[in-house]
Design a protein around this ligand. Structure first.
Ligand SMILES: [Zn+2]
Length: 424
């Protein structure tokens, strides 16, 4: 049903004054109502959604509900956060049977998603976007104060596009990002067009995840810009990327803990493990493979981090023709070992979420007709390190390589990035 709640750049102007805390809270805050409401709307089968629905809005749309004095504080506060989602959520048309063209929110480009007769929505959103991000160019226009120039490079007017993409150090940030959207480079002269193109990715497998990651990165770039602007703190250009990955982890965990709550009720086992950094002096390589049965394509994802949890480099490797997911998992591990050799790392720890493969590697069991030879290769190569060990990790602790692998399926070429040694 909802398509664009991830669109954190379309915010109502009332939020401008709270832009920093508001936007952050909407996405990642502990107590954020917007996300809770979003969960209730997007996951109608959650227990909490069912309870609220039967109690407060049975047979009606959440959008139509008026708060009543007898409602609980929680419900009223949830309703009051609808405006946060209002600009983002749209009904999918599907076959059109469930959409009321007059009254439903279905137009992705309209401010409130509804049909309007006068003025185009796009211009308004554009204005809204411009107003939401008070970059120097806009501040000068509205207040007549300040310099329109970019404080960072001092060379050009600070436009949204300059701030988010073009400024030389921001360009470095994008180079380090797990998702770079190279295909969209041509749209960078107009943020709005770029955003529209980005939204096309919702149709892809995992597209929404990629958009969430990207939205967060934009947001982190903007926050870093404000840190510089108001506190004079010139941060490391790779910080926004690290923060994005960190917050992505939190987001995954937050989503997972909802699921856990459900499982606890239904008696399923829970797990509360997270990714753990390797011991000092070691590098951890997380590997994963993704497989698309319809296209017979696969992708490998490899993420490497040091003992502080800092991402050092990632690789996304598309596999244009693939038969077997187990083989892909094994080959992703083999590639990780190769890459570690090429990097000259001496102590490595390699993690995979394939329990079977890790067990076979530890038992030195090469009897599998599909992967036996690959495992033998891996074992032989692992002798070249001072230390090389393999471990199994639950899928939810392996999300960086998991999302890289899914990203790789849609790539045509190998994509890698590394955190360059930091200046100073
Ligand atoms: Zn600049």
């Amino acid at each position: 049903m909802p398509a664009y709640a991830m669109n954190n750049c379309k915010l109502p102007k009332g939020l401008c004054r709270e832009i920093s805390s508001g936007m952050a809270k909407f996405w990642w805050g502990e107590e954020d109502k917007g996300r809770k409401l979003w969960r209730i709307m997007s996951q109608p089968n959650l227990l909490v959604s069912r309870i609220l629905k039967s109690r407060y809005y049975k047979g009606k749309s959440l959008w139509e509900m008026e708060p009543k004095p007898s409602d609980s504080w929680m419900w009223r506060s949830l309703l009051s956060s609808r405006y946060v989602l209002e600009l983002g959520i749209r009904k999918r048309i599907g076959d059109g049977k469930i959409v009321n063209i007059r009254n439903d929110r279905w137009l992705p480009e309209e401010r409130n998603g509804k049909v309007r007769t006068i003025r185009t929505g796009k211009i308004r959103v554009q204005k809204c976007l411009r107003r939401v991000l008070p970059i120097n160019e806009v501040v000068l226009k509205i207040t007549g104060k300040g310099s329109p120039m970019c404080n960072r490079c001092g060379e050009v007017v600070e436009t949204i596009e300059h701030m988010l993409f073009m400024c030389d150090k921001t360009a470095l940030t994008w180079k380090a990002a797990p998702l770079q959207w190279d295909g969209l480079e041509g749209f960078r002269h107009s943020f709005w067009h770029w955003w529209e193109e980005l939204m096309q990715a919702t149709k892809r497998e995992d597209g929404r995840d990629h958009i969430v990651l990207t939205s967060n990165l934009l947001w982190q770039i903007w926050k870093a810009r404000n840190e510089r602007h108001f506190n004079g703190a010139e941060g490391d250009p790779f910080l926004p990327v690290n923060k994005t990955v960190e917050e992505w982890k939190e987001y995954q965990e937050a989503t997972r803990s909802q699921g856990e709550e459900e499982r606890r009720r239904t008696g399923e086992k829970t797990d509360c493990e997270t990714w753990k950094p390797p011991e000092q002096g070691s590098i951890k390589l997380n590997t994963d493979a993704a497989f698309n049965r319809n296209m017979m394509k696969a992708g490998w994802g490899i993420a490497t981090r040091d003992n502080r949890g800092r991402l050092l480099a990632t690789w996304a490797v598309p596999r244009l023709c693939s038969r077997n997911v187990k083989m892909e998992e094994a080959m992703a591990i083999r590639r990780a070992v190769e890459l570690a050799t090429l990097e000259g790392w001496e102590r490595v720890q390699i993690e995979s979420d394939s329990k079977e493969i890790v067990e076979k590697l530890m038992k030195k069991d090469w009897n599998d007709k599909w992967i036996g030879m690959i495992l033998e290769d891996i074992s032989r190569m692992s002798c070249f390190f001072k230390k090389c060990c393999f471990s199994f990790v639950k899928r939810n602790c392996n999300f960086v390589s998991h999302s890289l692998a899914h990203f790789a399926i849609n790539c045509c070429e190998n994509t890698s990035w590394r955190t360059p040694s930091l200046p100073g």
